[in-house]
Design a protein around this ligand. Structure first.
Ligand code: PAF
Length: 279
């Protein structure tokens, strides 16, 4: 595996390999098994696998969150090497943003709900960096985790708007033994919080049973109630949405693809997860 920091070097190296297919996994580092599952799939499906490690400042609407975000470049390199990655692209902020990126993307209703509503500007920052990375890598396929369910929809929309000839591949959520969705942010939890955090996946799973005899509104209420017994949990939102449009549904029959999406604080750490009710 080669480590590259400059866009020009990355492009020259990829070109020199003269491969048929380039796969790409964008990450913000602090890699865990969730990322590594994407990298392994990318390695398997492409001649060349490029992984970027870059904590993108423009997608953080909270400065403390950006400062707190875990950074483990050496461990990341070791994990990527072991997973068979060919190129680790680890640029500086200066390299990715030599000047301010003032582009404003429009994602319509896709960005007015959930993460878009609670983290204003977040998806604009995601689109800024992912488009810059796509321009740098020019991949055939790019891999994203389904834990960030709304992000995948936004990226697909961006690819359509900018007419990138890139196939977006959404990969299943990888979970810890307790069921907790793997996330770089999990390392910021204390041991006790990490145990408590298992409740999130447990509640989501149980809610699919609850949903069989109850309305959408009752299911949302039930999920919210399950987190009221512990002061450390603070719900940002629990939404049950159409999996394509991301708009909240009123009745289970409103869509064939129904997903429940949660964002919840445990202490100071914000965690997200989702579950499929249908589709
Ligand atoms: O999902 C992430 O880790 C980030 O949002 C991404 C796609 C790497 C862009 O910075």
């Amino acid at each position: 595996m080669i480590i590259i920091e400059k866009i020009a070097d990355l492009q020259a190296y990829i070109k020199s390999k003269q491969v048929k297919s380039v796969g790409f996994v964008p990450t913000m580092g602090a890699l865990h098994e969730g990322h590594i599952s994407l990298v392994k799939q990318c390695v398997q499906e492409n001649d060349l696998c490029v992984v970027s490690v870059f904590v993108n400042p423009t997608q953080f609407n909270d400065k403390n969150d950006l400062e707190r975000y875990p950074r483990t470049p050496e461990a990341d390199q070791a994990l990527l090497r072991a997973a068979g990655c060919d190129i680790a692209f680890m640029p500086s902020v200066q390299e990715m943003y030599p000047e301010e990126d003032t582009r404003q993307f429009q994602f319509g209703a896709l960005e007015t709900v959930m993460e878009g509503k609670y983290r204003p500007g977040h998806f604009n920052g995601v689109a800024q960096i992912v488009s810059k990375l796509f321009d740098a890598v020019l991949p055939n396929k790019a891999y994203f985790g389904e834990k960030d369910f709304q992000q995948v929809a936004i990226i697909r929309d961006m690819v359509k708007q900018l007419q990138y000839p890139i196939e977006i591949i959404a990969c299943p959520i990888i979970r810890e033994e307790s069921g907790l969705a793997r996330s770089s942010r999990n390392t910021l939890l204390t041991d006790e919080q990490r145990k408590k955090a298992a409740l999130i996946a447990q509640v989501l799973t149980k809610s699919t049973t609850f949903a069989t005899n109850n309305t959408v509104a009752e299911t949302i209420q039930w999920v919210n109630q399950q987190f009221t017994h512990d002061d450390e949990f603070r719900m940002d939102y629990y939404e049950i949405v159409d999996g394509n449009t991301l708009q909240p549904i009123d009745n289970w029959n409103d869509s064939d693809f129904v997903v429940g999406c949660i964002a919840i604080y445990l202490g100071k750490i914000r965690l997200i997860d989702n579950i499929h009710y249908k589709g």
